[in-house]
Write a protein that binds this ligand. Structure first.
Ligand SMILES: Nc1ncnc2c1ncn2[C@@H]1O[C@H](COP(=O)(O)OP(=O)(O)O)[C@@H](O)[C@H]1O
Ligand SMILES: [Mg+2]
Length: 275
């Protein structure tokens, strides 16, 4: 059975305008990762936000989004809020804007940890430090006591990943999680995501096919609000049907990037980077 089943999803923001999304359908197994690629403005973020139930209230959503069998389209916000974090979470492109600049990092992670599970053994603070360590932050106590602006971009993204994983949701939506980072940090974060998302379902949004190919087996190609092609990445690379996909592959220089899910650990290349 599919963990996530999106059927004929459409989203429009204004009466006159053409819907921003049209006829979006895809499925995702329980431990599967699906890449979504497409140029800027093609509807990747709107697709992810629709699954999260985070579109603005004036957005009109039709079609079906089923998460573990439950219909999300039309679900009241108070019920959606209960699912967010617990069953579905999201990692955004720009970690600075997703974090509260006025609050120390440890408290922000702590709020997520405390949100859905009131009774736990051990303190929230201890669990925050465990999560920060788990996402590769080398000095969790110091980082927990820092404000977001005192962290590097890579550290901020690690914090966001900790917040997205902290309640062990079955589905994680990653919206361009490495786009704002420089190349070395990008690799480290990709490796972290590949490790941490191995046992759950994930959607991995990127404009970069080479990035998606490193962490996903299947991909959906979006163009102007529609999915023009989807399937096994290697099959699509070998025989792209849509002209847009053909152009994307021609320019992606994918031959220079290692494919597959079993990336060697970044620590093998850059000793010390993950401890
Ligand atoms: N809140 C909004 N109100 C009106 N239009 C929006 C809103 N959010 C996104 N759009 C439009 O929807 C389309 C898809 O945007 P988006 O999903 O952000 O693209 P991307 O693939 O770059 O993530 C764009 O044309 C964008 O302008
Ligand atoms: Mg986007």
């Amino acid at each position: 059975m599919s963990h996530l089943e999106v059927t004929d999803l459409a989203v429009s923001f204004g009466r006159q305008q053409r819907p921003a999304l049209r006829g979006i359908s895809f499925t995702l197994g329980e431990r599967e990762r699906l890449g979504i690629i497409g140029q800027s403005g093609s509807g990747k973020s709107v697709t992810a936000l629709a699954v999260m139930g985070l579109l603005p209230v004036h957005a009109r959503v039709t079609g079906s989004i089923r998460l573990a069998g439950r219909e999300l389209v039309g679900l009241p916000e108070r019920e959606m809020r209960r699912l967010r974090g617990d069953e579905v979470s999201m990692i955004f492109q720009e970690p600075m804007t997703a974090l509260d600049p006025t609050m120390k990092v440890g408290r922000q992670v702590g709020e997520v940890v405390a949100l859905h599970h009131v009774e736990r053994r051990g303190s929230i603070h201890d669990e925050v430090l465990v999560w920060l360590g788990r996402v590769g932050i080398s000095d969790p106590a110091r980082i927990a006591d820092s404000y977001p602006h005192e962290l590097s971009g890579g550290q901020r993204q690690r914090v966001l990943i900790a917040m997205a994983l902290a309640n062990r949701p079955g589905l994680v939506l990653c919206d361009e999680p490495t786009t704002a980072l420089d190349v070395l940090v990008q690799r480290q974060i990709l490796q972290l995501l590949a490790d941490e998302l191995a046992d759950r379902a994930a959607v991995f949004v990127s404009h970069d096919l080479a990035v998606v190919r490193q962490v996903c087996r299947r991909v959906a190609v979006m163009l102007d609000g529609e999915i023009v092609e989807q399937g096994e990445i290697d099959e699509i690379i070998a025989a792209p049907r849509h002209p847009y996909t053909q152009g994307l592959i021609a320019s992606a220089r994918i031959d220079q990037v290692p494919p597959g899910h079993l990336l060697p650990s970044v620590a093998d290349f850059y000793p010390g980077t993950r401890s």
